[in-house]
Every structure is written in C-alpha cells, then in structure tokens.
Design a protein around this ligand. Structure first.
Ligand SMILES: Cc1cc2nc3c(=O)[nH]c(=O)nc-3n(C[C@H](O)[C@H](O)[C@H](O)COP(=O)(O)OP(=O)(O)OC[C@H]3O[C@@H](n4cnc5c(N)ncnc54)[C@H](O)[C@@H]3O)c2cc1C
Length: 261
C-alpha cells in the first residue's frame, strides 16, 4: 500500500481532502490489495463520527455505521440473517476482522460479497458529500455512481428479516455465491429478494459488473449484458447458471410467500 495517510478530524475535513487522487481508509483490505485497481496518493482515515462504529435499530430497520466490520456485524443480534449469510461469503477470518460493510459497497467489485444481497433487499445508503447529507437506495447508487465519487457512505440501512421483532416489512432474501473454493473469487454472486410483494434481483458477475435487472424483464436486460468467457467459465455456462439459479430462487420465494410461480 502506498500513499500519504491523513487523519481527518471532522466530516468536513474528510470531504474537503477527497479528490480523484485520494481514497477513504476504512478497513484497508481493498486498498491494500494489489489487484483492487485502487491507486490513491492520499489515504484519508475516516473520522470518528457519531454512530460510525455502531449498529442500531431504527423504525423497524437496522442502521449499520460505516466503520462496522464484517465480524462485528456477524456477532450482532439485530443484523438480519440474510446479510449475515452474505458476510460469510468472505471466507477469511482475518479479512472479516478488518473489512467494513460500507467499504465493501464503496469498492463496487464485480465479485462483491455483499452488493447483490443489499440490492435484492432494497438497502439504503446514507451519504455525505460536498453538497450535504442525503440517503439513496442502493439501486439509485448503481444507476449513477459518478455523482457519488467523492462522497462518504456514513451508514447503510437494511430491512429486518421477516418475523424479526419490530420488523416493519415482510422481507425474504436468498443469496448464492459460485466460486471454486470459499477463498477463490466468485464468478457469480446472485440474490433475489421479496420485500412485501416486490421482487428484486442483484447480481455480481466476475469480469462483467453489477446488475440489478427488473424481475419482469430480466431476460431482455440479461441478453444485452456483456458476459465474459474466461478462466472462471464460458459465457454460455454463466448464462445458464444465472438462469437456473434465478428460476429456483423465484420458485422458492413464491412458495414461501404463498403465491403461484
Ligand atoms: C485477498 C483478497 C481477496 C478479496 N476478495 C474479495 C472478494 O472476493 N469480494 C469482495 O467484495 N471483496 C474482496 N476483497 C476486497 C475487500 O476485502 C472487501 O471489498 C472489503 O469489504 C473492503 O472494505 P474495507 O473496509 O477494507 O475498505 P478499504 O480497503 O478501506 O476501502 C476500499 C475502497 O472503498 C472506499 N471506501 C471505504 N469506506 C468508504 C466509505 N465509508 N465511504 C466511501 N468510500 C469508502 C475507499 O475509498 C476505497 O476506494 C478482497 C481483498 C483481499 C485482500
């Protein structure tokens, strides 16, 4: 890892320092990784903002502060089971101890552990930028990430599992990660969620990107997506795997929800 490490004392200072040559330093596991594509001359240590290390319940949802690590989220009783399942996709205990949930979202990797699940569950990001603080759905973030390049994700708000005490909505999310071993990069990470009667899909495809196709016409969106033929599998295999996985997830969610598939 190269670069000057700067300790920002306030949110304003952290945001003022952030430009295209700088990165926020959260767990450092993405920044320190030689293949991450992150090359920053300045590393800005995220300041100790209110709630940034905390997990709390708010209006039937769960707020996860930006510096909460995978290990802390796994150990916390209010973090929904569907998110814990995705966190376990990271097989390395050392990485879980350092990597943050927000750092994983910000890294926006095509083999992301968490983004498909967060898309499928309709997670919301709390964002602080030079223009102020706001909240946006993770799919809006996906639609135009360029707006948020120099912003800081201060927290992530996730819905509680169906049946959790005080849960506001009926939420079920299924996620699967396909890789040769738990420590290998995933060639496909895929999630489908049902929030009340709305179904959502989140997919991360190695070498291709992150997708959030609409359930009603995912086949059309999927046909135009660029899916690579590489050492992880042929394009044909990846398309087949995606199709059968989504079909089986949809059937399972419909069965549980009591509707016809
Ligand atoms: C060997 C190895 C294998 C890995 N494999 C995978 C993998 O298969 N899938 C996967 O998803 N990840 C993988 N990673 C990357 C990494 O471990 C995770 O993505 C991790 O969650 C990143 O979180 P972090 O807190 O360490 O982020 P950092 O490394 O601190 O930061 C990563 C990026 O996110 C930005 N950032 C961090 N926090 C914020 C914030 N709050 N707001 C805005 N921007 C922010 C930084 O500017 C930087 O660009 C791997 C890493 C290693 C070392």
């Amino acid at each position: 890892m190269e670069g000057e490490l700067i300790r920002a004392c306030s949110l304003q200072e952290a945001l003022a320092l952030k430009d295209q040559n700088a990165a926020f330093f959260a767990g450092g596991t993405g920044i320190g990784y030689k293949d991450s594509g992150i090359c920053a001359k300045k590393l800005i240590v995220i300041p100790d903002l209110d709630g940034i290390h905390e997990i709390s319940q708010e209006n039937g949802a769960v707020r996860i502060g930006a510096l909460v690590t995978f290990t802390q989220a796994l150990a916390h009783p209010v973090v929904p089971g569907y998110l814990k399942e995705a966190i376990r996709f990271c097989g390395s205990l050392q990485k879980r101890n350092r990597a943050t949930i927000a750092g994983n979202v910000a890294s926006w990797r095509c083999d992301s552990y968490l983004i498909p699940t967060l898309i499928a569950s309709g997670a919301v990001l709390c964002i602080a930028g030079k223009g102020g603080e706001s909240q946006c759905g993770i799919d809006s973030f996906l639609a135009d990430r360029s707006i948020y390049t120099d912003s800081l994700i201060t927290a992530i708000i996730v819905k509680q599992d169906a049946g959790a005490t005080g849960a506001k909505e009926d939420v079920r999310v299924l996620s699967k990660r396909f890789a040769n071993t738990v420590e290998s990069h995933a060639y496909l990470t895929i999630s489908m969620g049902r929030v009340e009667e709305t179904y959502r899909i989140g997919m991360a495809i190695k070498g291709s990107g992150i997708f959030s196709p609409d359930i009603m016409n995912w086949g059309i969106a999927w046909k135009t997506a660029n899916v690579t033929d590489d050492m992880f599998g042929s394009e044909e295999y990846k398309r087949y795997l995606t199709k059968v996985t989504l079909e089986s997830m949809y059937e399972e969610l419909c069965r549980e929800g009591g509707s016809e598939s």
